[in-house]
Design a protein around this ligand. Structure first.
Ligand SMILES: [Zn+2]
Length: 251
């Protein structure tokens, strides 16, 4: 999750220091977590429903915010509006509007994801953030990545993200690019994990509805290396205590 005004007071070298400046970070419902599938509760959920712009190519703006590269819809002068990108369903009450998407990664392929599944860390993890303006509640979709060495096997939307992001070497650098959210998100399989957690960046506010899709997205190692070499080496928060929260699975 990107941060805004607090950017000076934290970094990824010392996440254990975050609670000194952001009290929510020491709460009992923090994210990310290690998900033990065997201890999750099977539940059936209605399908997600997305607005039509989810399926079309739209113009977005990538911004190096000093901690990561966050992607928002481009300026409204292009005839777009955050109000055009939304979802309902999936067992979540209300209509949630697109806020941003971004990627987390690590120094090498053994690290990078924020969430872990059965103790396993993935090389990268994407977050697509939505907000219900009526309640202020946030819902985040998370996607885990696996490395492919087959160039044709790579997800091309994420290759665009890594290609453009690696040019944004300084904080506040921006660039625009077309993305297709349905190809970027790959929600076609409905196997996901659901739990209540927090933002994974300061202020680490709780009450966030997490949906973690268990079908991974393929990415080329060169693409992740571009980010490691040109931007930040490491962009993830370590797992936090579960504290007896229930974890649900949709299958
Ligand atoms: Zn995030």
């Amino acid at each position: 999750m990107p941060c805004t005004e607090e950017s000076e007071h934290w970094n990824y070298d010392n996440p254990s220091e975050w609670p000194k400046y952001f009290s929510a970070a020491s709460g009992l419902s923090q994210s990310p977590i290690d998900i033990n599938i065997n201890e999750s509760i099977s539940q059936s959920y209605p399908p997600f429903v997305f607005s039509s712009k989810y399926y079309s190519d739209e113009l977005f703006k990538l911004t190096n915010n000093g901690h990561q590269v966050a992607v928002t819809l481009a300026d409204r002068t292009y005839g777009q509006s955050d109000k055009d990108l939304w979802f309902t369903g999936g067992g979540i009450e209300g209509t949630f509007f697109f806020v941003n998407f971004h990627l987390h990664w690590g120094r090498n392929d053994r690290h990078g994801s924020e969430h872990q599944i059965n103790g396993y860390r993935f090389p990268a993890e994407a977050h697509v953030v939505f907000k219900n303006p009526a309640t202020g509640q946030l819902a985040v979709f998370a996607f885990l990545f696996t490395i492919t060495n087959d160039p044709s096997g790579e997800n091309l939307e994420w290759k665009k993200y890594t290609d453009v992001s690696s040019q944004l070497k300084n904080a506040n650098d921006t660039m625009q690019c077309m993305f297709n959210l349905s190809r970027l998100m790959q929600v076609n399989e409905r196997s996901f994990i659901r739990y209540m957690g927090s933002l994974t960046t300061p202020p680490c506010s709780e009450g966030v509805i997490w949906t973690i899709f268990t079908n991974t997205i393929p990415i080329n190692e060169d693409s992740v290396n571009q980010l490691r070499q040109n931007l930040m080496r490491k962009v993830y928060r370590p797992v936090q205590p579960l504290n007896n929260r229930p974890i649900f699975r949709s299958y």
